[in-house]
Ligand binder design. Structure first.
Ligand code: HEC
Ligand code: HEC
Length: 264
């Protein structure tokens, strides 16, 4: 009985439209539900209105000239709507912002704001639109697996930052900075944000646990000097070979001079 009715519905053109809409509805709501579940990354540990207002005041006097009064962007700087608190924290706490001089890359300068001021400006920008939050302790505790972190670093980061984290040149006058002074938070933020030429390493790509492993590895490099003597910039066999070669050449010249001096 019901089956016959359904079959009839399927054959009539009106029925087809109904089925089509029902299908779209299911797919649409299903997609929204799944998407909402995926997008629950933490954002804006709620900030007080006073903090956001304070951040806005600081922003207007220090940043708006380039980023616009409402962070909408100007000819001198990009919009900050949706960049997230992590981006503001990264840029200002490493001294890249407020920007100065238009070289190929923002220079790292002495930090110009206190932690409270940075947090307030981050809260203000975060209040405009959602974006990546400042990474929490699950990324930055530094108690991860050094060995695994080293492997991940060599595969994902070393081509730009050098295997020993000493940094390296990129094209068009840009460079990947050395990482010997980067804090755990800065490292986590850089991976989440991908500033400039650096790729974004999202949590599906490198999980929070693996990010913590990488940070643990870098912290190990930061606190342990090389066991094998001078690293010669961490550049590997090329500089080491060159040094050996120059040393040997010097020795040969010295012996030649000594022999020549003797025969006189
Ligand atoms: C002299 C102009 C100038 C000033 C002043 C300035 N910025 Fe910027 N800002 C820039 C430029 C240019 C870029 C893009 C740089 C880049 O691509 O690396 C930028 C990038 C940024 C970004 C990264 C945006 C992204 O896409 O992730 C953030 C966040 C930021 N600025 C925050 C600030 C804050 C906060 C202040 C005030 C304390 C500030 N800036 C002051 C010029 C400026
Ligand atoms: C394609 C090259 C490239 C790769 C790959 C890359 N980076 Fe970067 N990284 C950069 C560049 C360029 C900057 C500087 C961005 C700027 O100044 O705005 C940077 C900046 C950073 C900083 C900020 C340093 C500081 O103290 O200011 C950290 C930390 C960092 N990268 C870590 C990593 C880690 C960890 C990986 C691997 C998971 C990685 N990077 C992979 C190019 C790269």
């Amino acid at each position: 009985m019901l089956k016959n009715k359904l079959n009839g519905l399927r054959r009539s053109p009106k029925g087809l439209v109904v089925i089509l809409f029902a299908g779209l509805l299911v797919v649409g709501t299903g997609y929204t539900a799944v998407n909402a579940a995926v997008n629950t990354s933490p954002q804006a540990a709620s900030h007080s209105a006073a903090q956001i207002n304070y951040g806005k005041k600081l922003f207007l006097s220090n940043c708006a000239s380039c980023h616009g009064k409402n962070a909408e962007g100007t000819a001198n700087g990009p919009t900050l709507i949706g960049v997230g608190e992590a981006s503001v924290d990264f840029q200002v706490s490493t001294g890249r912002m407020p920007g100065a001089s238009s070289g190929p890359q923002m220079q790292v300068k002495p930090v110009q704001f206190t932690n409270d001021e940075i947090a307030a400006m981050a809260a203000f920008v975060g209040s405009l639109a959602t974006g990546p939050a400042i990474p929490g302790a699950e990324y930055t505790s530094g108690n991860g697996d050094i060995q695994k972190g080293g492997e991940l670093f060599r595969v994902n980061c070393a081509m730009c930052h050098n295997a020993a984290g000493k940094g390296g040149a990129l094209t068009e006058g840009k460079y990947a900075p050395e990482l010997m002074h980067s804090s755990a938070k800065t490292i986590a933020e850089a991976m989440i944000l991908g500033p400039q030429n650096m790729p974004v390493f999202n949590d599906a790509n490198i999980t929070p646990q693996e990010k913590n492993d990488i940070i643990t590895y870098l912290q190990y490099l930061q606190t342990h000097s090389s066991a094998g003597g001078d690293e010669l910039g961490g550049l590997g066999p090329v500089t080491e070979g060159l040094l050996a070669w120059l040393g040997l050449l010097g020795l040969i010249i010295a012996i030649t001079i000594w022999l020549g001096a003797k025969s006189n």
